[in-house]
Design a protein around this ligand. Structure first.
Ligand code: SF4
Ligand code: SF4
Length: 163
Protein backbone atom coordinates (compact mmCIF):
# COMPACT_ATOMS: atom_id res chain seq x y z
CA UNK A 1 0.00 0.00 0.00
CA UNK A 2 1.33 3.46 -0.87
CA UNK A 3 0.55 5.98 1.85
CA UNK A 4 -0.25 9.65 1.21
CA UNK A 5 3.33 10.54 2.13
CA UNK A 6 4.59 8.26 -0.66
CA UNK A 7 5.98 5.60 1.65
CA UNK A 8 4.95 1.99 1.36
CA UNK A 9 3.02 0.33 4.20
CA UNK A 10 2.68 -3.37 4.71
CA UNK A 11 0.14 -5.28 6.77
CA UNK A 12 0.15 -8.92 7.76
CA UNK A 13 -2.93 -10.92 8.68
CA UNK A 14 -1.79 -14.24 10.11
CA UNK A 15 -4.38 -16.97 9.83
CA UNK A 16 -4.92 -20.23 11.59
CA UNK A 17 -7.77 -22.35 12.92
CA UNK A 18 -10.24 -20.00 14.60
CA UNK A 19 -11.52 -22.67 17.01
CA UNK A 20 -15.07 -21.74 16.08
CA UNK A 21 -17.73 -22.27 18.74
CA UNK A 22 -20.11 -23.42 15.97
CA UNK A 23 -17.49 -25.28 13.97
CA UNK A 24 -18.75 -26.81 10.70
CA UNK A 25 -15.70 -29.07 10.61
CA UNK A 26 -16.97 -30.80 13.74
CA UNK A 27 -20.51 -31.11 12.42
CA UNK A 28 -19.49 -32.83 9.16
CA UNK A 29 -16.89 -35.22 10.58
CA UNK A 30 -18.38 -38.72 10.16
CA UNK A 31 -16.18 -40.42 12.77
CA UNK A 32 -16.12 -37.92 15.60
CA UNK A 33 -12.41 -37.34 15.02
CA UNK A 34 -13.01 -33.59 14.97
CA UNK A 35 -14.38 -32.49 18.29
CA UNK A 36 -14.70 -29.55 20.60
CA UNK A 37 -12.53 -30.08 23.67
CA UNK A 38 -13.44 -29.11 27.23
CA UNK A 39 -11.29 -26.00 27.05
CA UNK A 40 -13.32 -24.75 24.07
CA UNK A 41 -10.72 -25.48 21.40
CA UNK A 42 -11.43 -27.62 18.34
CA UNK A 43 -9.20 -30.69 18.15
CA UNK A 44 -8.67 -33.73 15.94
CA UNK A 45 -8.30 -37.25 17.31
CA UNK A 46 -5.76 -38.56 14.82
CA UNK A 47 -6.60 -42.19 15.64
CA UNK A 48 -10.20 -41.66 14.49
CA UNK A 49 -9.45 -39.62 11.38
CA UNK A 50 -10.05 -41.56 8.15
CA UNK A 51 -8.79 -38.79 5.89
CA UNK A 52 -12.10 -38.20 4.13
CA UNK A 53 -11.42 -34.43 3.99
CA UNK A 54 -15.05 -33.47 4.68
CA UNK A 55 -13.77 -31.08 7.33
CA UNK A 56 -11.39 -29.45 4.88
CA UNK A 57 -14.30 -28.77 2.53
CA UNK A 58 -16.46 -27.45 5.37
CA UNK A 59 -13.91 -25.02 6.85
CA UNK A 60 -14.43 -21.59 5.30
CA UNK A 61 -11.07 -20.44 6.66
CA UNK A 62 -9.17 -23.13 4.69
CA UNK A 63 -6.85 -23.87 7.55
CA UNK A 64 -6.91 -27.66 7.51
CA UNK A 65 -4.50 -29.76 5.48
CA UNK A 66 -3.89 -33.42 4.83
CA UNK A 67 -0.53 -34.94 5.71
CA UNK A 68 1.28 -37.70 3.84
CA UNK A 69 -0.06 -40.39 6.14
CA UNK A 70 -3.65 -39.41 5.26
CA UNK A 71 -4.81 -37.72 8.43
CA UNK A 72 -5.94 -34.12 8.48
CA UNK A 73 -4.24 -31.62 10.76
CA UNK A 74 -4.49 -27.97 11.72
CA UNK A 75 -3.47 -25.57 14.49
CA UNK A 76 -4.34 -27.09 17.87
CA UNK A 77 -3.55 -23.92 19.85
CA UNK A 78 -0.71 -26.11 21.16
CA UNK A 79 -3.14 -28.25 23.13
CA UNK A 80 -0.21 -30.31 24.41
CA UNK A 81 1.32 -27.18 25.94
CA UNK A 82 -1.77 -25.36 27.22
CA UNK A 83 -2.90 -28.54 28.96
CA UNK A 84 0.13 -28.29 31.24
CA UNK A 85 -0.07 -24.56 31.80
CA UNK A 86 2.23 -23.37 29.02
CA UNK A 87 1.41 -20.80 26.37
CA UNK A 88 0.99 -21.80 22.71
CA UNK A 89 4.41 -21.67 21.04
CA UNK A 90 3.44 -18.79 18.74
CA UNK A 91 2.35 -16.70 21.71
CA UNK A 92 5.38 -17.51 23.84
CA UNK A 93 7.92 -16.86 21.08
CA UNK A 94 6.45 -13.79 19.33
CA UNK A 95 9.13 -11.11 19.76
CA UNK A 96 6.60 -8.34 19.06
CA UNK A 97 4.15 -9.57 21.71
CA UNK A 98 1.53 -9.45 18.98
CA UNK A 99 -0.38 -12.42 20.33
CA UNK A 100 -2.30 -12.96 23.54
CA UNK A 101 -3.83 -16.24 24.62
CA UNK A 102 -6.26 -16.91 27.43
CA UNK A 103 -9.77 -17.48 28.70
CA UNK A 104 -12.31 -15.30 26.90
CA UNK A 105 -14.89 -16.14 29.57
CA UNK A 106 -12.73 -14.67 32.33
CA UNK A 107 -13.07 -10.86 32.36
CA UNK A 108 -9.84 -10.63 34.37
CA UNK A 109 -7.72 -12.57 31.86
CA UNK A 110 -5.08 -10.76 29.80
CA UNK A 111 -6.92 -11.55 26.59
CA UNK A 112 -10.22 -10.17 27.90
CA UNK A 113 -8.54 -6.98 29.09
CA UNK A 114 -6.69 -6.49 25.81
CA UNK A 115 -9.88 -6.96 23.80
CA UNK A 116 -11.79 -4.63 26.09
CA UNK A 117 -9.16 -1.94 25.44
CA UNK A 118 -9.63 -2.54 21.69
CA UNK A 119 -13.41 -2.26 21.84
CA UNK A 120 -13.87 -5.99 21.41
CA UNK A 121 -11.64 -6.65 18.39
CA UNK A 122 -12.75 -8.14 15.09
CA UNK A 123 -13.14 -11.67 13.75
CA UNK A 124 -12.67 -12.97 10.23
CA UNK A 125 -15.84 -13.64 8.23
CA UNK A 126 -18.14 -12.55 11.05
CA UNK A 127 -21.14 -12.81 8.73
CA UNK A 128 -20.81 -16.60 8.65
CA UNK A 129 -21.91 -16.76 12.29
CA UNK A 130 -19.47 -19.48 13.34
CA UNK A 131 -18.42 -17.62 16.50
CA UNK A 132 -14.66 -17.87 15.97
CA UNK A 133 -12.42 -17.64 19.04
CA UNK A 134 -9.61 -15.79 17.28
CA UNK A 135 -9.81 -12.02 17.54
CA UNK A 136 -7.84 -9.40 15.64
CA UNK A 137 -7.14 -5.84 16.67
CA UNK A 138 -7.30 -3.43 13.73
CA UNK A 139 -8.57 -5.99 11.25
CA UNK A 140 -11.22 -3.75 9.70
CA UNK A 141 -8.64 -1.00 9.11
CA UNK A 142 -6.31 -3.55 7.52
CA UNK A 143 -9.07 -4.94 5.31
CA UNK A 144 -9.83 -1.42 4.12
CA UNK A 145 -6.28 -0.92 2.85
CA UNK A 146 -5.79 -1.10 -0.91
CA UNK A 147 -3.99 -4.30 -1.87
CA UNK A 148 -0.87 -3.89 -3.97
CA UNK A 149 0.14 -7.53 -3.76
CA UNK A 150 -0.94 -10.68 -2.01
CA UNK A 151 1.10 -13.48 -0.53
CA UNK A 152 -0.92 -16.60 -0.06
CA UNK A 153 -0.60 -20.21 0.76
CA UNK A 154 -3.03 -22.95 -0.08
CA UNK A 155 -5.46 -20.50 -1.64
CA UNK A 156 -5.92 -18.78 1.69
CA UNK A 157 -6.09 -15.18 0.45
CA UNK A 158 -8.22 -12.56 2.14
CA UNK A 159 -8.04 -10.06 -0.70
CA UNK A 160 -6.55 -10.74 -4.11
CA UNK A 161 -4.20 -8.49 -6.04
CA UNK A 162 -6.15 -5.53 -7.34
CA UNK A 163 -3.63 -4.14 -9.80
S1 SF4 B 1 -11.44 -22.41 11.52
FE1 SF4 B 1 -12.05 -24.14 10.27
S2 SF4 B 1 -10.97 -25.90 11.19
FE2 SF4 B 1 -10.96 -24.25 12.71
S3 SF4 B 1 -12.81 -24.63 14.01
FE3 SF4 B 1 -13.39 -23.14 12.40
S4 SF4 B 1 -14.25 -24.41 10.75
FE4 SF4 B 1 -13.06 -25.79 12.09
S1 SF4 C 1 -10.70 -35.98 7.42
FE1 SF4 C 1 -10.67 -36.81 9.53
S2 SF4 C 1 -11.18 -35.08 10.86
FE2 SF4 C 1 -11.77 -34.51 8.75
S3 SF4 C 1 -13.96 -35.05 8.54
FE3 SF4 C 1 -12.77 -36.83 7.81
S4 SF4 C 1 -12.49 -38.13 9.62
FE4 SF4 C 1 -13.14 -36.12 10.39
Amino acid sequence: MERPDGRIARANVPKQCNHCADAPCVKVCPTGASYRAEDGTVQIDQDRCIGCKYCMAACPYQVRYQVETGEVQKCTFCHHRTGVGLLPACVGTCVGYARTFGDLNDPESDISKRLAEANGGDVLYEDLGLNPSLYYIGLKETEAMPVASAIHRGGNVMKPYEG
